[in-house]
Design a protein around this ligand. Structure first.
Ligand code: BV8
Length: 230
């Protein structure tokens, strides 16, 4: 089966009710990113950061996968699919996608706040994380999320995956965040690249990208059934 790789961002989960980052009224309007999604913010005000992620975790737990997530799971019968996501929700997994790589962490997991790269993750549910909750190494538990200024350890694996793609579908990302945004350039020559976004996007001129404009839950199922016929 042909290798189909997806790079998804907050836009694919927008119709499940989860806020995006840079749309108007997005999360970063409410919380300036430097106050909640950096290691410095964690050191300065850990309870504000924990509140921010506890609120988002509750939203993730009450959200449901939408038709875009579901269509990607269903297309696994026609293609060898890998999802590379910038999202920290579990909607791809809950829709049934089997091979999902999270670049920026997973909000339903907690980890050590002192051992970088410690993969002794703890499941975190609706109870959230409070000051005083401990990771297995005894340090304060923190969300398993990559903050700005922190390294993105899954990038090398993501680059290998994108380089294998015969079809690359980029869904619901403003391509503003690096190094994730550079993955587009790792696609091999001859790969078909689609960019599904409800808004116009500033796709690079150097690469031919087919922009599919519209909301992902409506446009993606249609696109997937079309490429299944090729
Ligand atoms: C690192 C986890 C180095 C947290 C996130 C200047 C230039 C270049 C780079 C930098 C720079 N200054 C700093 C940097 C580096 C920085 C960066 O890229 N900053 C940006 C803002 C300029 N990057 C980092 O810090 C990264 N680390 O570089 O480390 C290093 C190396 C070694 C050692 C030490 C350090 C870490 C970046 C990761 C940050 N964490 N998330 C959390 O989620 O709370 S990023 C955050 O943004 C989310 O993960 C999110 O997914 C991601 C990207 O946003 P999008 O997903 O694209 O969402 P956005 O709202 O932007 O766009 C939504 C899109 O969907 C829109 O296009 C919209 O039109 C569309 N849409 C909306 N609704 C729909 C839709 N489309 C279809 N249907 C719909 N219904």
């Amino acid at each position: 089966m042909k290798k189909l790789v997806v790079l998804s961002g907050a836009g694919i989960s927008a119709e499940s009710g989860l806020g995006t980052f840079r749309d108007k009224g997005g999360l970063w309007d409410e919380y300036p990113v430097e106050e909640v999604a950096t290691y410095e913010a964690w050191l300065n005000n850990p309870s504000l950061v924990l509140d921010f992620y506890n609120k988002r975790r509750e939203a993730v737990l009450s959200a449901k996968p939408n038709n875009a997530h579901i269509a990607l799971a269903q297309i696994e019968k026609n293609f060898d699919v890998t999802i590379v996501t910038q999202n920290i929700d579990d909607l791809h997994e809950r829709a049934g996608s089997k091979d999902v790589l999270h670049l920026h962490g997973q909000i339903l997991l907690g980890k050590s706040s002192v051992q970088e790269g410690d993969s002794n993750f703890v499941n975190v549910g609706a109870e959230g994380i409070k000051l005083g909750d401990r990771a297995p190494d005894g340090s304060q538990l923190r969300p398993h999320v990559v903050w700005f200024g922190e390294p993105v350890p899954n990038i090398p694996r993501a680059e290998e995956i994108v380089a294998e793609a015969e079809i690359l579908i980029i869904i619901g990302t403003s391509l503003n965040v690096y190094p994730a945004a550079n993955l587009l350039y790792k696609a091999r020559r001859g790969a078909k690249i689609y960019l599904v976004d409800k808004n116009d996007v500033n796709a690079p001129k150097s690469i031919s990208v087919h922009h599919v404009k519209g909301e992902a839950s409506k446009t993606l199922p249609q696109l997937l059934s079309e490429i299944s016929k090729i």
